[in-house]
Design a protein. Structure first.
Length: 85
């Protein structure tokens, strides 16, 4: 074996490259996981916002319907005899 191919500087350099590459892949993996989590959270927040808006609209329609029914009852109230005992 040739001593120049197994010198500590050569071994250290290649190990350093491997460590750097593995750190880069770990960082990329970590960034990907973080990105996935953030995207999930964004999607959940959007769903909550849409659900809240839907329920708000549903409530407004229900109130409008009840007001319309109340107006009708007030308008036709004269047709009915009061229930007094």
């Amino acid at each position: 074996m040739n001593s120049s191919t197994l010198s500590p500087s050569t071994l250290g350099h290649s190990t350093g490259q491997r460590t750097s590459e593995s750190q880069d892949s770990e960082l990329t993996s970590s960034a990907t996981q973080t990105s996935k989590i953030l995207n999930q959270m964004k999607a959940e927040l959007q769903e909550q916002k849409q659900r809240k808006q839907f329920l708000k609209e549903l409530h407004a329609k229900r109130v409008q319907s009840l007001r319309k029914e109340l107006d009708y009852l007030k308008a036709t109230e004269w047709r009915y005899q009061p229930i007094d005992r």
